[in-house]
Design a protein around this ligand. Structure first.
Ligand code: ADP
Ligand code: ADP
Length: 209
């Protein structure tokens, strides 16, 4: 099974991907998570990526292309969820060619729709687990009491000014990517303001068809 999660930052792509990973035993390919790992490894690529991410800008396509290709190949070209990739038309063109070359199709392309004002509210209240990377929300998905509060951190790009810049970047560079998928028979548009579990059930029901 091959899944693509599309949507603005804060739409719930990572949250839904994590639920689908558990349900269908898939590999979660989040270019954001991969980039944060690269940054932790203190390589030159990591320091280049960090500068873009801290500014709320997209990391250059050539870096993303290499990381995405490696991640898809490492799971044997199957059983994966793409989350936060592709984010530019260049990346989408490249992904199409890559899938064609390997004779692959996407089983579902989920587009989560969430208005900007909800996104600002979500991202400013998002927290992540420093070790596991699990996503939380202070109101809608608070960490359970057994989680050490010292492990709960706020991402450096989840601050009001950077959130606004990421939204600008989304509308300019990423939203146009949706045109690549809108006529695909496996494209599904979902209102991302609904409850987490309900959205997950909707996605699962589309996968069963
Ligand atoms: P969010 O969950 O808020 O959508 P991500 O964790 O997916 O954020 O991404 C964090 C940052 O990493 C982005 O703002 C961007 O700088 C960079 N990034 C992630 N994926 C890509 C991509 N496919 N292309 C370019 N930059 C990316
Ligand atoms: P993305 O990966 O698209 O950037 P996340 O999955 O990290 O988005 O979700 C952003 C924030 O919104 C997180 O704090 C998450 O807990 C919360 N969230 C995700 N889905 C929902 C939802 N359906 N309702 C309310 N909050 C949600």
């Amino acid at each position: 099974m091959r899944v693509l999660m599309f949507g603005p930052p804060g739409a719930g792509k990572g949250t839904q991907a994590a639920l689908l990973v558990k349900k269908y035993n898939l590999k979660h390919i989040s270019t954001g998570n991969i980039l944060r790992e690269v940054i932790r490894s203190k390589t030159e690529t990591g320091s280049i990526a960090r500068a873009y991410m801290d500014d709320g800008k997209l990391v250059p396509d050539d870096i993303i292309k290499k990381l995405a290709e490696k991640a898809i190949a490492s799971c044997g070209f199957d059983q994966f969820i793409l989350d936060g990739y592709p984010r530019t038309t260049e990346q989408a063109k490249w992904l199409n060619l890559f899938l064609e070359k390997h004779n692959l199709t996407l089983d579902i392309i989920v587009s989560l729709k969430v208005p900007d004002e909800v996104i600002v509210q979500r991202l400013s209240r998002r927290r992540v687990h420093a070790v596991t990377g699990e996503n939380y929300h202070l109101d809608f998905k608070p960490p359970s009491p057994d989680v050490d509060p010292d492990d709960i951190i706020q991402r450096s790009d989840d601050h009001p000014e950077t959130i606004r810049e990421r939204l600008r970047v989304y509308h300019k560079q990423t939203k146009p990517v949706e045109a690549f998928y809108i006529n695909d028979p496996n494209y599904v548009k979902i209102d991302g303001t609904q409850g987490l579990d309900h959205i997950n059930d909707l996605i699962a029901s589309k996968l069963m068809v």
